[in-house]
Ligand binder design. Structure first.
Ligand code: DHB
Length: 535
């Protein structure tokens, strides 16, 4: 009897402890997840000469337990409803993330013009009658900053400065935003079963991952922690421009592709990515104005860098073989195919298709041929039958110098310059980490075995792991583009993503986009025609 009594007290105390640690202390924010359809402002934009009136719901917090920070936009979304959809429950939702460089992102504003002054993707989407949603998301530099919220009597508290946006935070936030839309589907204009996600680069990787990993239970604990709505997070369609995905294998892919060029490969010396800091992404960014690169002043690779490159390249065949990808002709790509030219020919085919389309459209065929001297035409002079691959790669590298070796999981992470990806896999207290076994063991500053904890987070950030996986609802519709002069990740990354999706029965519109550098949201007429055609 006595024992039972004690047991009860212990049980009650344990319960109290649990509730103390999970409940939010006074002064922290707890948000209501119910959407209020009446709390909007109105506005109007002109798209291609046509005025579009809209209702704006801006700064909507999409989780019940937002992270502790004064920068509240990271877990908020902006929602824009065009007049045509005010009372329409069936309009698709164009879900555009602004993530770049694995940095934190704020929700986009509908009024913001695109860089070249033409209507932005979300402006076009609004004009097409879609509900536009842009979610913010945490990223690699997000830090905790004490936020008293609405409570003026909240006790003063030190900001911990902890990192709160390391992987997999960005994808967890996007999933939470999708859940918010589905949770509120009945009271919101638009159809949460028709979410079309769009993103570029790191944002393209997150868009692909969002589509690949719908409802996968591995994210559940993270979603609970931030108070995501308890509902599904699968989506209808993915638009992904130049996805920097498959980070687990991106270094070996990069070196498989480019190690053949090591004798003329220039070494990057500086940063230049906005917010990236020195060394982030290894080079000035071609998209940024005022970033001309005089390659002749850059050094070539040292012998130890060449050796490292060869070591990484040698890991790729086994990886390729492990994917078991099947080409359109029914042949399975084996490890041997990475060495015997079969896989290289497969990559070439995508470049050839892209070049042929451009050639057919070119008004001056001769000048096209002389500019792209690496294209090999058949005897009629009108059909491209091959490309001189090393000369093509040299052309790509000439547009922008390649990344350093390794391209993503930098060895300097605990001492010298680290990459943006290193910083993506930091922890609350540590800014950057190696995230592949290869670089972990190569970097003398690391101690002990490569931690499972980091390995698991790298897994959770990779779209390739979730396509058609068990307990997962992968999006049916995919539009993927990767530029023919984009050297930010190997062409193999998007080719493999496409092939795996196709093999698993998804509908994929994939192309290497002719003469496009690392960039996104181009060819918007084509993009919206594709959206209109998916079912
Ligand atoms: C981005 C570009 C990169 O080269 C990279 O490694 C990661 C992200 C970007 O533009 O988002």
């Amino acid at each position: 009897m006595k024992n039972n009594y004690l047991g009860c007290i212990c049980f009650a105390l344990a319960g109290l402890l649990v509730s103390c640690t999970t409940a939010k202390p006074t002064g922290m924010r707890a948000e209501n997840l119910t959407f209020n359809p009446n709390a909007y402002t109105t506005g109007s934009i002109t798209v291609d000469g046509k005025a579009v009136n809209y209702r704006a719901y801006e700064g909507i917090t999409y989780v019940a337990n937002p992270v502790e920070t004064t920068h509240t936009a990271w877990q908020q979304m902006n929602i824009y409803v065009p007049e045509s959809a005010y009372n329409d429950q069936s309009a698709p939702i164009f879900f555009k993330n602004e993530i770049g460089g694995y940095m934190p992102a704020d929700p986009a504003q509908i009024s913001a013009a695109s860089r070249d002054g033409s209507p932005s993707a979300i402006q076009r989407a609004l004009a097409k009658g879609y509900v536009v949603v842009s979610p913010g998301a945490r990223g690699r530099t997000s830090q905790e900053v004490y936020n008293p919220g609405d409570n003026p009597f909240a006790p003063a508290k030190e900001a911990s400065g902890d990192y709160i946006g390391k992987a997999p935070a960005a994808i967890v936030d996007l999933k939470a935003a999708v859940r918010y839309l589905r949770y509120n589907d009945a009271v919101m204009p638009g159809d949460a079963e028709k979410i079309i996600s769009d993103g570029t680069s790191a944002g393209g990787a997150m868009s692909a991952l969002l589509g690949a990993s719908g409802n996968n239970p591995l994210y559940e604990t993270y979603l609970k922690e931030i108070g995501a709505a308890d509902t599904r997070d699968d989506i209808f369609a993915v638009i992904s421009f130049c996805p920097i995905t498959d980070l687990e294998h991106a270094d070996m892919s990069y070196e498989w592709l480019y190690s053949t060029m090591n004798d003329i490969r220039k070494k990057n010396t500086g940063g230049g990515f906005p917010g990236g800091g020195a060394g982030a992404f290894g080079s000035p960014d071609a998209r940024m104005p005022g970033n001309p690169v005089n390659q002749s002043t850059l050094p070539v690779l040292r012998d130890d860098e060449k050796a490292l490159s060869a070591e990484l390249a040698a890991l790729f065949p086994e990886y390729l073989g492990s994917l078991g990808l099947v080409k359109a002709d029914g042949a399975v790509l084996t490890a041997a195919d990475a060495l015997n030219g079969v896989y290289l020919n497969y990559i070439k085919e995508f470049v050839i298709v892209s070049a042929q389309e451009a050639f057919n459209k070119a008004s001056d065929k001769n000048s096209f041929k002389s500019t792209y001297s690496w294209l090999v035409f058949d005897s009629t002079g009108t059909v491209i039958k091959d490309i001189n691959f090393p000369v093509y790669l040299a052309y790509v590298m000439d547009k922008q110098p390649l990344k350093p070796v390794p391209a993503f999981d930098s060895l300097g992470v605990l001492g010298g310059a680290s990459s943006g990806e290193n910083d993506t896999f930091g922890t609350a207290a540590i800014n950057g980490n190696n995230f592949t076994g290869f670089s972990w063991y190569k970097n003398a500053a690391n101690q002990g075995t490569f931690p499972d904890e980091i390995k698991e987070r790298a897994y959770l950030m990779n779209a390739m792991n979730f396509i058609g996986a068990q307990n997962t609802d992968t999006a049916q519709n995919w539009y993927i583009r990767h530029g023919t002069i984009d050297r930010d990740t190997a062409f193999t990354v998007s080719v493999n993503l496409y092939t795996k999706l196709l093999n698993k029965g998804y509908d994929v519109n994939y192309k290497l986009a002719w003469e496009r550098p690392h960039s996104g949201d181009y060819n918007l007429d084509e993009v919206f025609a594709w959206i209109a055609g998916i079912k």
